[in-house]
Design a protein around this ligand. Structure first.
Ligand code: FMN
Length: 204
């Protein structure tokens, strides 16, 4: 592997390994790998992530470093891997109109990526430059064209990417993803996933 290869980390917010989101992310990563990138994947369901308690300890100190969380669980390790990554893939199905609960827990824990002292009305991103690139992947039972009317998955994932200092360079939306228990990705979705993987690997 070349020293300059892009290190891509995917965060899977689906409950199903081998489901639509996981398969789409695999396509993105294998295409990126074929184009020379290093790739890895974290299943949020395999991690022990506690609920944010809103103590805000992690948001009190200014500076580019993520604030330290008082909770002792897997989030510290996940954040370390996210910091090491040059590019991200964030994926979640739409459940009850938004990201899955496990993805939401993860996103809430990203509050440590913001400086938000008591007294300030709203948080400020610690890494507003968005130097990293991200691809966002979402799926739903509803067809893709209804996505923006029925839910806000892409919006939530975009916010998560911003908190992690990444800007979206492309999205993949898989509609009609709940017709069968085990559903193949459409040719179109596979093709788009491959293009997005190459784009991430090229750092474009
Ligand atoms: C609890 C639950 C809630 C869901 N809510 C929605 C929803 O609000 N809108 C929708 O279009 N699909 C909804 N779905 C369908 C999922 O989005 C669909 O099964 C998923 O995108 C498939 O992704 P996966 O293969 O990675 O599991 C829901 C599914 C479950 C289990």
């Amino acid at each position: 592997m070349s020293k300059n290869s892009v290190n891509i980390l995917a965060i899977v917010g689906s409950y199903r390994k081998g489901g639509s989101i996981d398969s789409a992310i695999d396509q993105i990563l294998s295409s990126a790998k074929a184009a020379g990138a290093e790739t890895s994947k974290i299943y949020l369901i395999d991690k022990h992530l506690s609920f944010c308690t809103n103590c805000r300890s992690c948001t009190q100190q200014a500076g580019p470093q993520y604030g330290a969380c008082v909770l002792d669980d897997d989030m510290t390790g996940v954040l370390r891997e996210l910091e090491r990554a040059d590019a991200l893939v964030l994926g979640s199905p739409m459940n009850a109109g938004t990201v899955t609960a496990v993805m939401k827990v993860f996103i809430e824990r990203l509050v440590c990526t913001a400086y938000w002292p008591w007294g300030a009305l709203s948080p400020k991103y610690r890494n507003p430059e968005k130097k990293k690139q991200a691809v966002l992947v979402a799926s739903s039972a509803a067809p893709a064209f209804m996505a923006n009317f029925t839910g806000d998955v892409m919006g939530r994932l975009k916010t998560a990417a911003s908190m992690l200092g990444a800007r979206s360079i492309g999205t993949l939306y898989i509609g009609l993803a709940a017709k069968q228990q085990h559903q193949e990705l459409s040719r179109r979705a596979r093709k788009k996933a491959q293009i997005l993987g190459k784009k991430l690997a090229a750092g474009q």
